[in-house]
Design a protein around this ligand. Structure first.
Ligand SMILES: [Zn+2]
Ligand SMILES: [Zn+2]
Length: 135
């Protein structure tokens, strides 16, 4: 598909963006569709999907696309790192400064021209750890 240099901001896209910005849960398209339907009851999952795709391609939202995982979306387009809980599947943000040396190190080691990096940490979230201890 062609990149979309000037994106027309339709009502659907506007509502999808607004709903996505309300949460920090990094929802899937299905979850977001439920949220959007409270305001646009007739919108289909396919339409939500298509618009999410266009919005992320235009750089207005972030798509978290990890192999083997259901795609999730993030209204926060700044570079930041994610935590993914392997037990409940929850995704949250890491509040820390970006690693600055890592790009150069990788470039040195590989000859690859590194333009940036995406990083996701996997493990167990605090609430799943608590549950584990309670058992
Ligand atoms: Zn968890
Ligand atoms: Zn995030």
């Amino acid at each position: 598909m062609d990149p979309t240099p000037k994106l027309r901001m339709t009502t659907q896209r506007q509502v999808i963006m607004e709903e996505l910005h309300k949460v920090k849960s990094h929802p899937t398209a299905g979850e977001l569709c439920q949220m959007v339907r409270r305001r646009l009851p007739r919108i289909s999952l396919g339409t939500v999907y298509r618009n999410l795709d266009i919005l992320s391609r235009s750089g207005l939202i972030q798509k978290l696309d990890v192999a083997g995982q259901e795609m999730r979306f993030d209204g926060d387009i700044r570079d930041h790192y994610h935590l993914r809980c392997l037990e409940c599947g929850g995704v949250s943000d890491v509040e820390m400064a970006l690693l600055t040396d890592i790009d150069q190190e990788v470039e040195k080691a590989s000859g690859f021209e590194v333009l940036g990096h995406r990083l996701e940490f996997v493990g167990r979230c605090p609430s799943c750890r608590r549950d584990k201890r309670a058992n």
